[in-house]
Design a protein around this ligand. Structure first.
Ligand SMILES: Cc1ncc(COP(=O)(O)O)c(C=O)c1O
Length: 437
């Protein structure tokens, strides 16, 4: 890391101050980057433009992280910026109903008709929290099932089985299944089927490995939950507006949930969470609803700056409807080339992804069969090598976490070529360091 350290002196100085303020030096664990005990620290970012970001020392990075996959239009989008600055002229937030909230809600509902009723929050975590609460209220049951590796935000009901290799963490007590593995889903139902209020799942597992559903798997979840009066929640916080103008569960994979959540790309970098779906369930969130309880809140919910930004994002994404297949194809071509290159190099690194969403994983070995469940990925995952790979990538000015990230409409062919070249150099270094052991 000598080169990285020499070129990031201002970041290092900030890190040394941050570590005294924040546990682990950060306010979101994923942003810690590498192993601080081994001298790693993150670059501090000053600005972004399109697919690139710059740090305080003036280093430029190709940004695959794209604000936790939010910036599908690229950084500093002019129309989003103008919408925010215009709105800013009228103040910041009033904590009261506002017109942009209605305009954005109508736009969102047209794009996602499953949102018969919806509520806005400031984060994804709040949205999954309220979805869980509504599910418990509606069904009168308590348990919530989730997939191994499924990250739904810092939501107390769902923060378990998140880290490879997903062995039980005694602090949390939850109910999980392995995504794409019908048998493990059946086992969960056999044991807890009567107590489950809901099953929450991302249509494509995001942070848990960029794993797409096997044909029929989501339909299976739908049928098995419906027949037992268990609600199905699709967490579309990553997948919403990522693969098409709308949601992926119904629009790409043909399955309709009872409730769904949105965030990230739906407001292009501004803080947003959405939860919504069936009117009969959402009705329980209303004040004084019969059978309702306390659902909702948030000083910063329906924040006018987020609402106008979201509207500006959706207006542009709607115009780009026809460009989504090209964006997905770009990601898939990248993934194919990446894995061909890594296979020729004979390094135990594998790209997994769907459309424009890509994760690069260091493994103990690359199996002959494709990896289709988070459990299999977890069992093969080499966390130490992964940390080293992330550090090398940063040194090569590829900004990514969780193994890489997602393409935006702003990434061009040169970004792709440079990323491949740089990953090749990283893989060579990793190959050599492994051979040297
Ligand atoms: C699928 C999914 N759900 C929920 C969340 C939580 O969203 P937020 O970080 O806005 O609370 C995330 C964030 O990474 C996510 O990827």
């Amino acid at each position: 890391m000598e080169h990285y350290k020499a070129s990031t002196t201002k970041s290092r100085a900030l890190w040394e101050r941050a570590i005294k303020l924040f546990p682990g030096g950060v306010s979101h664990n994923i942003r810690q980057f590498g192993l601080p005990a081994a001298g790693a620290y993150p670059p501090y970012i000053t600005h972004g433009e399109g697919a690139h970001i710059w740090d305080v020392d003036g280093n430029e990075y190709i940004d695959w992280w794209t604000t936790h996959y939010s910036q599908i239009l690229g950084h500093n989008n002019p129309r989003v910026k103008t919408a925010i600055t215009n709105q800013l002229e009228s103040g910041i937030q009033y904590g009261a109903p506002n017109e942009p909230q209605v305009q954005y809600g109508e736009k969102l509902q047209r794009a996602v008709p499953l949102l018969e009723k919806m509520r806005f929050t400031a984060t994804g975590a709040e949205s999954t929290t309220y979805s869980v609460r509504l599910s418990r209220l509606f069904t009168g049951k308590k348990l919530i099932g989730k997939s191994l590796g499924g990250w739904h935000g810092g939501n107390d009901a769902l923060t378990f089985h998140l880290n490879y290799p997903y062995t039980d963490d005694p602090f949390y007590d939850g109910v999980s299944f392995d995504y794409n593995d019908r048998e493990s889903f059946d086992q969960m139902l056999k044991k807890y089927g009567k107590e489950l209020a809901a099953v929450i799942v991302e249509p494509m597992i995001g942070a848990g490995g960029a794993i797409a559903p096997q044909p029929g798997f989501l339909n299976y979840l739908r049928e098995e939950t419906e027949s037992r009066d268990i609600l199905l929640i699709f967490d579309e916080i990553i997948t919403g507006f990522r693969f098409r103008y709308g949601t992926a569960g119904d629009g790409v994979f043909g399955v309709k949930p009872d409730l769904l959540t949105l965030g990230k790309a739906a407001a292009g970098g501004m803080p947003l969470g959405v939860y919504g779906g069936r009117e009969d369930i959402m009705a329980l969130a209303a004040p004084r609803a019969k059978g309702g309880r306390w659902v909702g809140g948030g000083t910063f919910s329906s924040h006018p700056l987020t609402m106008v930004a979201g509207l500006a994002v959706l207006n542009q994404l709607e115009q780009k409807k026809k460009e989504y297949p090209k964006l997905s194809q770009k990601g898939e071509d990248f993934l194919t080339r990446l894995n061909e290159m890594l296979s020729i190099m004979k390094v135990p690194i594998l790209g997994i992804g769907y459309g424009s969403f890509i994760c690069v994983n260091c493994l103990s070995h690359v199996p002959d069969e494709p990896i289709i469940t988070p459990g299999t990925l977890g069992a093969l995952f080499d966390a130490q090598q992964q940390n080293i790979m992330q550090s090398y990538l940063m040194q090569e000015h590829i900004f990514g976490y969780h193994g890489l990230g997602a393409l935006s409409f702003a990434h061009d062919d040169q970004d792709i070529e440079l990323t491949l070249e740089r990953i090749q150099r990283v893989a060579e270094k990793l190959g050599k360091s492994k051979a040297a052991k």
